[in-house]
Ligand binder design. Sequence first.
Ligand code: DX5
Ligand code: ZN
Length: 213
Amino acid sequence: MSVIKILPSLLCANHGNLAGEIKRLTLAGVDYFHMDVMDGDFVPNFGLGTEIFKTVREHTNIPMDTHLMIRNPAKHIKLFRELGSEIITIHPEADSHCTKTLQLIRETGATAGIAINPETSVESIKALLPLCGHILIMTVNPGFGGQKFMESTVDKIATLGKLATEYKFSLAVDGGINPELIRRFVPMGVTNFVLGSALFRQNPEDVIREIKN
Ligand code: DX5
Ligand code: ZN
């Protein structure tokens, strides 16, 4: 069993055949479904609604990793936990009571995570690390699939990669990720890779096989 975890971003899947996409990704051996929830306010786009979570639950047992790109996430934590999220990640830039929200996520039994935008520094979130079981580094500006990976985020990946063992969090990257970048970031301590366009613009099975090998 590989230590690398592959998380397809369902935002980028073919929604005309969502059940089929979920089933084939399950067979291909993905580790989580990455669920991008957007409010059209914190980010300039709308993302997956609750009905998509239900569709995932109906067709697979693969856990869901929920990335909340919404303001004031606290009031929706219980809902996303009940919809089957195993990891719930919030943006500190969108929540003025992060500590409380992370605590709330932990109380539901889910893993609590924070996602940080390209311009958010490690220093600014350091106090939250003891509360987090998961850190997601945004390697594009959040809101849309298909953007280009931002090289300016690499220093932050290196810094958080070094802190992951001490603070016991899993480390993820999200945005413009492809097999070549995975090869580059595994030695730096990244374990969870969100893949959108790099996975869905070709045959997902082939890409997953290439990564797992
Ligand atoms: C962007 C989302 C990502 C995105 C990934 O705001 O958080 O999960 O859909 O898609 P790619 O890999 O195409 O950047
Ligand atoms: Zn995401």
